[in-house]
Ligand binder design. Structure first.
Ligand SMILES: Nc1ncnc2c1ncn2[C@@H]1O[C@H](COP(=O)(O)OP(=O)(O)OP(=O)(O)O)[C@@H](O)[C@H]1O
Ligand SMILES: [Mg+2]
Length: 262
């Protein structure tokens, strides 16, 4: 395991979670360092989204603990849970926007809900967030008027507008063309720098993982099987990691012929 530098912002200990007979978490331990961007990789269905939902407190462990800023998020209720959640922003897989609200209303949603800002302040913050994600001028459009990549970016704007201390991204580049994916990667790094946040990025995209990640983790069999700084991670002799590495450097036709196709 990689040496830890800095203080632990999120501490997960012996996390167990089953859905019926499906044991998804099986004693998972993970420390996330304040200010880092941690990338979580793993096969589909392994439980990456479930892990993120435990961190933001919308799923409760069967056993074990999840601490955020030293607080047991897994035991908070009501107002206290709401307060803790307001420190966190999550870009959900699929980046669901509210279909009936304009882009501007979507991005300002949490600010309006949270109170404490005038209408004019909210509009300024919304405009700034939209500018950051390159969506100036879309304020009055509906989500259905946007492309998939634009919707992702609007989802990102809704996240960064209230400057959360923790940013969680569930597959932010999935389904995007490589250029748009790279814009999202850049935004993740830019946001991290601007907000000095702690970020967790779940992805299947090796380019994205190496672009945004300080450390990379492999989620497997209900646990974190490996966690290392990016360079050391890519050297780990594990079939999934070596495959990911090869997808970036080799002509996909090499795989094609190795799999017996000509
Ligand atoms: N609320 C739920 N109720 C029942 N089963 C669930 C629930 N949420 C997740 N699961 C199950 O837990 C397992 C892990 O799901 P999860 O969505 O975390 O996978 P994932 O690693 O994010 O996969 P992907 O890469 O495809 O997004 C799956 O078998 C899924 O069916
Ligand atoms: Mg998922």
């Amino acid at each position: 395991m990689a040496e830890l530098e800095g203080d632990v912002a999120i501490e997960i200990r012996d996390l167990w979670k089953a859905f019926g007979p499906n044991q998804v978490m099986a004693g998972l331990d993970l420390d996330i360092i304040r200010g880092e961007t941690l990338v979580i990789l793993g096969r589909s269905g392994v439980g990456k989204s479930v892990l993120l939902k435990h961190i933001i407190g919308i799923l409760r462990p069967d056993r074990g603990s999840v601490k955020v800023n030293g607080e047991l998020i897994c035991q908070l209720k009501g107002k206290e849970l709401y307060k803790a959640i307001m420190d966190m922003g999550m870009l959900f897989q699929g980046a669901a926007l509210f279909d009936s609200m304009t882009v501007s209303q979507n991005v300002g949603f949490y600010l309006r809900e949270h109170g404490g800002h005038t209408k004019a302040e909210i509009q300024d913050l919304v405009d700034h967030a939209l500018e950051m994600v390159g969506l100036s001028g879309t304020q009055d459009k509906l989500p259905s008027d946007l492309s998939g990549g634009m919707r992702k970016r609007a989802g990102l704007a809704r996240l960064i507008v209230y400057r959360p201390k923790f940013l969680l991204y569930d597959e932010p580049t999935t389904g995007l063309d490589p250029i748009t994916a790279m814009q999202i990667n850049e935004l993740i790094v830019q946001t991290q720098e601007e907000l000095k946040a702690t970020s967790i990025v779940v992805t299947h995209d090796a380019v994205s993982a190496l672009f945004v990640g300080d450390r990379l983790a492999l989620h497997e069999n209900g646990k974190i099987a490996h966690i290392e700084k990016a360079e050391a991670f890519m050297k780990i002799d594990h079939p999934t990691i070596q495959f990911l590495k090869r997808t970036m450097t080799e002509d996909p036709r090499v795989f094609r012929s190795e799999m017996g196709h000509d």
